[in-house]
Each structure stands twice: as C-alpha cells, then as structure tokens.
Ligand binder design. Structure first.
Ligand SMILES: O=C([O-])CC(=O)C(=O)O
Ligand SMILES: [Mg+2]
Length: 413
C-alpha cells in the first residue's frame, strides 16, 4: 500500500474512528447542574419555545448548526458509492464547517428509493437545524431536490456542489482572466462535465459576463448540442448550435477549460491545441482531468487550478460553504439568494489581491504568495476569509431583505 494511502487511512482511524465528535457547552457535573440541564429545568425552555418558536434560537444550538446531508449518489468525482461510503466526505465537510467558521455540523446519510423519499426525509428533520448543506447528490435529482426543499423549509438550503463550486470557480476565473488579460465576454469556454457543478458553474460565469453561445459543455456522449434528442431540461439550456462533436473539436483554440468530470480526461495533445494564455481548472476530486505537472510540461503560458490541497490554486468549494453559511446564520437569512452568492464571489476574489499574512504562508509551507498565476485565489486556511466573506454575505442578505436579524456588531471590529 502506498505511504499516502496508509496515512490517509490512519488519519481516519486514529486516535478515534472518524473526524468529528460532539462536545458539551454547559456545566453538567452536579445534581444542581443536571436539574437545570435536564428534568425539571429543561421544561422551562420547552415551554418558552412552545409559546414562541423563535425562542428555539435562544435556548438551543439550532442557530449555529448545519446538517451536511447526502445520499452518496455522486461522491466527489468517484461516482455513485452509496450513502455509507460517502460518510468520510460528509464528516470532512463537518470538520471544515467547525474548523473554518466555528459552525457545529454533523453528517446525515440518507438511504432512499426516489427523490420524493429523500425530500420528505430531509424536510421532516429540517427544523432541527439552522441550515442544510446538501452534498454529493447526482444531477438531475439534485436540482429537483434542492428546489423542493427550498420551497418546503424556512432555513437556508444550499447544494454545495452546485453553488459552492460555482462561487469559487467564478472568483478564481475572474482573477485568472485578469492575469491572462482576457475579457470574459469574449472567451471560449469548454466545460467537461454536465452534472451539478458544471451547470451551476456555467450559469454563474454567464451572470459574470460569459456568453452562453461561447460555452461548449460535454457529457459522456460528447458535446451538448442542439441536434441531440437525449438532453434533460438542464443540459438543454447549454445545447450549442454547433457542428463540433468531441472534446478534440471543442478544445481547439479554446481559452478556458473547466473540468468537473473525472480523472485524466484532458490530454497534453488537447491542451497544446488551446489558445494562447489558456486557463485550465481541472477540478475533479480527488484526481484532476489533467495533472498539473503534466500540463505545465507542455505549456508555460498557462494558469492551472485543481480541487486539491496539494497544488497551487485550489478551486474547491471549501473556500465558500463554511463562510456563506457563517454569514447566513449570523443574520438568520431565510435563504441563500443570488445577491449573497455574488457577494461571496467578489469577497473571495478580492482577498487574493491582498498581502498574505505570515500565518498563512507558514500553514501553506510557502515563503511568499502574491497575486499571480500561482496564486489566483486565497488559501482555505486564510483566517481573513471567515470575516470578509461572511460579512459580505450577511450584508447582502440584509440589503436584499432575506435577513431576520440586523448586521451583528462583531463584523465592525
Ligand atoms: O469535497 C471536495 O473536495 C469538493 C467537493 O465538494 C466535491 O468534489 O464533490
Ligand atoms: Mg461535493
């Protein structure tokens, strides 16, 4: 077994199985403590909440708790591994919520037959939480599930693989385009993958100025084009009126490649055919569409990003989901709307242009990080992300009228 594989398995097995645990936040030592925490004292907050449901935020952890919910039908770029095998990823998301945004979170893996069953299950437990992060659910079910839950629940419901990935991709892309001196309105974009992340990334890039007719999306059958009769309604929005049929056809002179598909699907021969100063975001996890060392071996005018922590330019939804939920929970937003997503794009993007503190250099093992081809987006462990992104998101929630609370004072420190 490779050394890295063994270390990854040991990391999950020791010192206790898994990556997260629950901790007690009150005193629970004496009979007096227990009489407050439990019977009879616990009856008092129960009565208060029964009188006024808003009191649940005052007397329970609801307001700082997010559920990470999956059915394991599209685990990273690994495919349909099922609910149980998705658990390490979901525990990982809970770890990231706590580590980066001090949000309490736990994972829920749902076994079900139909999307309706999943929707009913999640809707039935939603009131427990301050928000729900849907994760690794295959398209097109994820679109139906997210929409139905948003209609049925009055807390933020956010499908991370769509919107988290799209927000981070858009932030990094706008910065990469600046560095490569390309105009988003003119670039030809190849999107390999037509699932949840692909569709959401392309929609958000269009909102940021990209042109739909300059996007070539590919699924397992090739280019999504207007003569195809097998497209679902979501892919149909990207059906390009073109004679191109394959990745080879589309990649010729393309400015941008976004991969949200699977490992090793972009060859060096294809990369060589891209336009000058290309941008390649090979974001399939854990293995990108092309390895950075391979890409750099054939192009020196390239900006390259992956979804991984062990290469420069990590375009991964970890840069978004902890912070967008932090902002949403802080003002008790009823939903995570478009204004909040766009605010997150610009806050993440702007931070990459600021000087990087020593602590981040140290944690990244770098001697310097300045806005450039190898640093287009902040590092996830940058402690400024939490305040800056959450604040921008919270402000956008307040300004767009979906916040129940005003901006908290601590954002002004
Ligand atoms: O978990 C990650 O690293 C990013 C992600 O959501 C995915 O690939 O599905
Ligand atoms: Mg995911």
């Amino acid at each position: 077994m490779s050394d890295f594989k063994q270390r990854a398995l040991d990391y999950h097995a020791f010192p206790t199985p898994g990556k997260i645990a629950i901790e007690i936040t009150t005193e629970a030592e004496t009979s007096e403590d227990l009489s407050l925490a439990y019977s009879p004292g616990v009856a008092e907050p129960c009565r208060e909440i029964a009188d006024n449901a808003e009191n649940v935020y005052k007397y329970t952890g609801k307001g700082n708790t997010v559920a990470v919910i999956s059915n394991g039908s599209a685990v990273l770029g690994l495919g349909n591994l099922g609910p149980m095998a998705s658990k390490p990823v979901m525990e990982g998301k809970a770890l990231l919520f706590k580590r980066f945004a001090n949000i309490d979170s736990f994972d829920i893996e749902v076994t079900h037959e139909t999307p309706e069953e999943f929707i009913n299950t999640v809707a039935s437990i939603a009131d427990t939480f301050g928000g729900i992060n849907l994760e690794d659910i295959k398209a097109p079910d994820c679109f139906i599930i997210e929409k139905a839950l948003q209609e049925r629940c009055n807390i933020p419901i956010f499908h991370d693989d769509q919107h988290g990935t799209a927000i981070v991709t858009a932030a990094a892309m706008l910065n990469a385009l600046d560095i490569q001196d390309k105009d988003i309105a003119h670039v030809v974009i190849v999107c390999l993958g037509a699932g949840a992340a692909a569709i959401a990334c392309m929609e958000l890039l269009i909102q940021c100025g990209a042109k739909r007719e300059k996007i070539y999306m590919l699924d397992t059958k090739g280019i999504v084009h207007s003569r195809r009769t097998d497209l679902n309604e979501y892919k149909t929005l990207f059906a390009n009126n073109t004679d191109k049929r394959t990745l080879d056809d589309a990649i010729e002179e393309a400015d941008v490649f976004v991969g949200v598909s699977g490992p090793n699907l972009l060859s060096t021969e294809q990369l060589v055919k891209m336009a000058e100063r290309p941008i390649v975001f090979a974001c399939s996890n854990p293995d990108p569409e092309i390895k950075p060392e391979l890409a750099h071996s054939v192009r020196n005018d390239l900006i390259m990003a992956t979804g991984r922590s062990d290469y420069p330019n990590q375009v991964n939804n970890v840069l978004c989901f902890p912070f967008i939920f932090r902002g949403a929970l802080d003002v008790r937003a009823r939903e995570i709307n478009q204004e909040m997503k766009i605010a997150a794009v610009h806050a993440i993007r702007a931070l990459a242009k600021e000087p990087v503190p020593e602590s981040v250099l140290k944690a990244s093992g770098e001697s310097a990080l300045t806005f450039s081809r190898d640093y287009i987006i902040p590092r996830p462990m940058d402690p400024r992300l939490c305040n800056k992104v959450a604040k921008a998101v919270a402000q956008a929630a307040v300004d767009s009228g979906v916040a129940i609370l005003p901006m908290p004072d601590h954002y002004n420190d």
